[in-house]
Write a protein of this length. Structure first.
Ligand code: DQA
Length: 142
């Protein structure tokens, strides 16, 4: 099994950015956590982060051509703005689990809309970094 772990803008700043919201663990430690879990479960993970919407679209398309089995996706702020990411997910029809570290449902109005949600099989919201592991488990169980 091969999964794409995709992170959008500013998630590379984990540990530095608003620790009261996102915690003090760094992006590098998130990658360590995901990679060691994947090793344990015998799955292959490709972890990719970009601050650019088009690069995320390219990566979703690439996942289709590389026979990836599923996507764990935290699109950051693009969650609330990007029809291009929704269309990319709809185009490839790969099972995708949306992840948000913070509880976006309890935050600003502009964070209440997720454009990608209709193309996702599940959403894990507000479970911190553990949310990525839960998302992998959902894809594993399919
Ligand atoms: C986020 C929530 C988004 O609203 C925000 O723009 C992010 C991170 C989260 O993981 O909680 O960058 O996706």
């Amino acid at each position: 099994m091969k999964l794409l772990i995709l992170n959008g803008p500013n998630l590379n700043m984990l540990g530095l950015r608003e620790p009261q919201i996102y915690g003090s663990a760094t992006y590098a430690s998130l990658l360590d956590k995901i990679k060691s879990y994947a090793l344990d479960k015998g799955i292959e993970v490709d972890c990719f982060q970009s601050n650019h919407e088009g690069a995320l679209v390219d990566k979703i398309q690439e996942a289709y051509f590389n026979n990836v089995d599923g996507i764990v996706f935290n699109p950051g702020a693009y969650t609330h703005t990007s029809i291009a990411l929704l269309d990319a997910l709809k185009a490839v029809q790969l099972p995708c689990v949306e992840v948000h570290i913070s509880d976006v449902s309890a935050r600003e109005d502009f964070r209440q809309q997720s454009y990608i949600r209709p193309a996702c099989i599940a959403s894990i919201i507000g479970h911190g970094l553990e949310g990525y592991i839960e998302a992998i488990d959902i894809l594993l169980k399919r």
